[in-house]
Design a protein around this ligand. Sequence first.
Ligand SMILES: [Zn+2]
Length: 105
Amino acid sequence: MPKKAEVRQIWRCVYCNKYYLVRHACETHERYCGKNPTNDHKCLKYCKHLRDGGIGIERFWCASLREPLYSFGAERSPSMHGHLGNMVRMPHECEHYICDLGEDQ
Ligand SMILES: [Zn+2]
């Protein structure tokens, strides 16, 4: 006997349209979605001052501010939660920003 089709409610991310069957999962995704404007870090647009912070992909160093930085990715990483208080969240805009696409560009 064939199974009957099921109609279910879905939730869509308002930023990227990815869909979820569980509302909480969608809300969590929206908070950390790479297309969420609050997660748009100027530093990640090839700023020449941005350096690898050495520990994990979410940890960075700004050579201009001389401070450790973190991205929205660190906020979703439980292993980073104990470190965020001593770091600066990457800004949306920065007066020190200088685009550096490298020598190949
Ligand atoms: Zn999304």
